[in-house]
Ligand binder design. Structure first.
Ligand SMILES: [Zn+2]
Length: 138
């Protein structure tokens, strides 16, 4: 797929609401990197980032998968996955929390492989069903 050749984008997201992507615990880091945070550091040149979440005093020790959306429901319409530096609390696997980014936070785009997207589908599908329950009757 051509999207696999896309170059990483670095985007300032300070002040925006970000929603953790569901079901990304099994995703592999991009080729050439042993972790998502090392990938993020390589793209931004920032060695020791703080956790992206506003009000959090933690260090951004891990790369959290997020979508640029304010809630798990609106995140369903977004297909781009982004990495932000996150502490362990804000990088919980399978969390669907939404947090506001601190000023100056940089997000780095990451290409999700087909397998990664398929693994995320069951969790996202449950959200979709919950969101539309009662609105559509077959
Ligand atoms: Zn945090």
């Amino acid at each position: 797929m051509s999207e696999l050749k896309a170059r990483p984008r670095v985007k300032p997201v300070g002040g925006r609401w970000l929603t953790n992507t569901l079901g990304t615990g099994g995703a592999d880091p991009p080729r050439g990197f042993n972790s998502f945070i090392s990938y993020w550091r390589a793209q931004t040149g920032v060695a020791n980032p703080a956790c992206y979440a506003a009000g959090c005093p933690g260090a951004g020790t891990g790369g959290g998968h997020v979508k640029l959306a304010g809630s798990a429901v609106t995140a369903l319409a977004k297909f781009d996955w982004w990495i932000v530096p996150a502490c362990s609390r804000h990088n919980k696997r399978s969390s669907c929390g939404s947090y506001k980014a601190k000023p100056g936070v940089l997000a780095v785009s990451v290409e999700a492989g087909v397998g990664d997207r398929l693994r995320a589908l069951p969790a996202e599908g449950k959200k979709l069903i919950a969101a539309f329950m009662g609105k559509h009757h077959l």
